[in-house]
Write a protein that binds this ligand. Structure first.
Ligand code: URA
Length: 235
């Protein structure tokens, strides 16, 4: 790819600034100062140094992170009022990262952050029916009848009722916690499903997306790169 395009993907500056940096001799490729923006580089082979700092020592075209999103942070790339999930990630030079879908500000749990737009698109496509599993704490006890209704589909005020889901109760230290597995991603879907059966979500946490399970060693706010095995599960 062109040198200026590579520098652009590293988030170093605007197109105009990059051209200036290159013309001013601030960029070296394999030890040689390069002053042509169109110079062709392969960041997986060439060592590209900007202002004395290597941009390629840990360069990977695509990055994949598993974040345990904490409450109080919004699933956006930018926000004028709130801290975003990207503020939690040390993104280095990479300015193309984005969360795969959204969790509400008060929802916790598994969120994938990546610059692989194709994977994000596949995971979010309604046609792919990727399962999302939530741990749901509720204001009132969930009955067997409630579980049946959640599984069959409920009217949450959209044109169509929710698609069939899976719902079961897990006993966590004496507390009955609802697990809800859905494969749609409608706005506030879990909260609206619980509302539709006359209940209320008091705490919501996503614990699985497709084959990827939230790493229990990650405290809220912590993240790590996905392993190759985890990536295979998603792909
Ligand atoms: N459903 C919700 O209501 N909120 C979320 O954050 C995710 C699913």
């Amino acid at each position: 790819m062109r040198l200026d395009k590579f520098l652009g993907s590293c988030g170093i500056g605007s197109r105009k600034q990059l051209k200036e940096y290159i013309k001013n001799g601030m960029v070296c490729v394999d030890g040689n100062v390069i002053t042509k923006p169109e110079f062709s580089v392969d960041p997986t082979i060439n060592e590209i140094i900007f202002s004395g700092e290597s941009l390629t020592s840990d360069y990977k075209e695509f990055r994949y992170y598993l974040l345990n999103k904490p409450q109080g942070v919004v699933s956006a790339t930018k926000d004028n009022h709130d801290k975003t999930v990207l503020d939690l990630i040390d993104i280095g030079f990479d300015n193309n990262l984005a969360p795969v879908g959204r969790l509400d500000k008060d929802t916790e749990g598994l969120l994938i952050i990546t610059n692989d737009g194709k994977l994000a698109h596949r995971l979010l496509s309604p046609k792919k029916h990727v399962e999302k599993e939530y741990e749901v704490h509720t204001a009132r006890v969930i009955s067997d009848f409630d579980l049946k209704k959640l599984e069959e589909g409920v009217d949450i005020g959209d044109d169509e009722p929710t698609l069939p889901a899976k719902a079961f109760i897990e006993d966590v230290n004496g507390e009955a916690v609802l697990h809800l597995i859905i494969h749609e991603g409608r706005f506030h879907q879990v909260k609206r499903m619980l509302e539709a059966i006359g209940n209320e979500v008091t705490f919501l946490k996503r614990i699985r997306m497709g084959g990827l399970v939230l790493d229990p060693t990650l405290a809220p706010g912590e993240y790590r790169e996905l392993t190759d095995e985890e990536l295979d599960l998603l792909k």
